[in-house]
Every structure is written in C-alpha cells, then in structure tokens.
Design a protein around this ligand. Structure first.
Ligand SMILES: [Ca+2]
Length: 227
C-alpha cells in the first residue's frame, strides 16, 4: 500500500511537470504568434529612415533615371519618404527560396494636379523574379497604376501571397514612375512612397499543427489522470 502511494505520488509529480511543460510550450506559442504575424521585412531601408552615402534612399539602386530622392515633408510614418520628381525607378534585390511564399506591401501618395500635357504616366510597385544568373524566373507581379488610387492621401498596396518560382534565386523589388513612350512629353505628378515591405508569408498550417499537438497532449494527460 505504502509502495503504491509512493508510485502514485511520483505519477502526480510527473503529471505536474507535464502540465508545467504544456503551459510553457503554450505560452511560447502564444508569444511567437505576434512575431510571426509581423514577418521580418527583408528589404533594407524600406521606410527611408536610414541615412547613408545615398542619403535616405541608401540601400536602393537606380533602375532607370536618377529622379527619386529622400524628402521630409510627407512621410507615411517616421521622418522621411522617397519622392519621384519625374519618371524614374529604384530597385533592391532580396535573396529568396524557390517555392516559398512571399508578400509585398507599400504605401504611395499622389497629389491632385493639373495634368495639362498628358495623362499617359503612372507610378508603380513591382516584383521581378530572377535566377542566380540574373535571368527571368517566372512571371512578374506589379501594381502599375497607383495614380488611379485616391489622390492626396497615402494608399496601401499589397501583393498578397506569391510563391517564388522554383528557379528564382532573388526577387528584384522595384518602385517608381513611368511615362508614355509615344514621343509626347508628359509631366507625371510627384509620387511619394513609404514603408515598403517584402517578407516571407507566415505558415498558419504549421502553427495549427503545433496547436493540435498541444491539445492532443493535454487530453492524453487528462485521460491518464482519470485512469
Ligand atoms: Ca518613412
């Protein structure tokens, strides 16, 4: 009798340890959810706050025409944003894993202005997928006409989840302003850009599996206690 009581006590102790472990894992899981929801931005200086040798567009490369600069008078957040004064684009390359889902988001602001000379222009966000050798990998994503969004305010553009082509080694993230190539001189309005983000899409399926596992462990513990 004494012996069996000892064993029972040991089991109960073990049960407590198990419960503590489950509680700890549960807490860690809960803590990890917010950080997974705000997946790490893979872009350098996506908010144009960093200051370096290129000023507030440090980390970005000119894709065509040197017409985008860091300005201070209309940030979406922080103290700086990037402004297109004429047609031109910046780009940044980010290493990716083929078959992994990524998402892009960015803010743009285009003021109302008299477009007397022409309207064949637009501001855009774009993702080009590239092979290690720099070739094209799969289909690009783009939002080519940000000027159709509500003027005189910041608008958020989101790509949603896009699976990187299996041959992709990096993503070329581009933003800027284009104008029509019909020989007429168009004047695009200045476009402000801020808070560009490119990140891995968090996988809810693995979270769900982990959650199911914990529920399973809990019910197993309960069953053992009943017996
Ligand atoms: Ca900013």
């Amino acid at each position: 009798m004494k012996q069996s009581m000892k064993i029972l006590k040991k089991i109960m102790k073990g049960g407590e340890t198990m419960k503590k472990t489950i509680a700890l894992v549960g807490m860690l899981l809960l803590l990890s959810i917010p950080s997974m929801a705000h997946a790490q931005n893979l872009l350098v200086n996506g908010g144009f706050e960093s200051d370096g040798e290129q000023g507030h567009i440090t980390g970005w490369t000119i894709d065509y025409n040197n017409n985008i600069f860091g300005v201070i008078d209309n940030p979406q957040s922080g103290s700086y944003n990037a402004r297109n004064f004429w047609d031109g684009a910046l780009r940044q390359d980010v290493a990716v894993t083929g078959g992994t889902a990524y998402q892009f988001s960015g803010w743009s602001y285009i003021p109302t202005a008299t477009e007397t000379i022409g309207t064949t222009w637009g501001s855009f966000f774009q993702i080009d997928w590239k092979t290690a050798a720099g070739g094209t990998a799969g289909t690009s994503w783009s939002a080519p006409n940000l000027k159709n969004l509500t003027r005189d305010q910041y608008n958020l553009t989101q790509s949603g989840a896009i699976v990187a082509p299996t041959t992709a080694a990096y993503a070329r993230i581009k933003f800027g302003t284009w104008q029509g190539g019909d020989g007429t001189q168009y004047i695009p309005n200045p476009t402000d850009f801020d808070n560009l983000s490119f990140s891995v899409v968090p996988e809810p399926s693995s979270l769900l599996l982990l959650g199911t596992g914990i529920v399973g462990m809990l019910s197993a513990t309960r069953k053992r206690k009943k017996a």
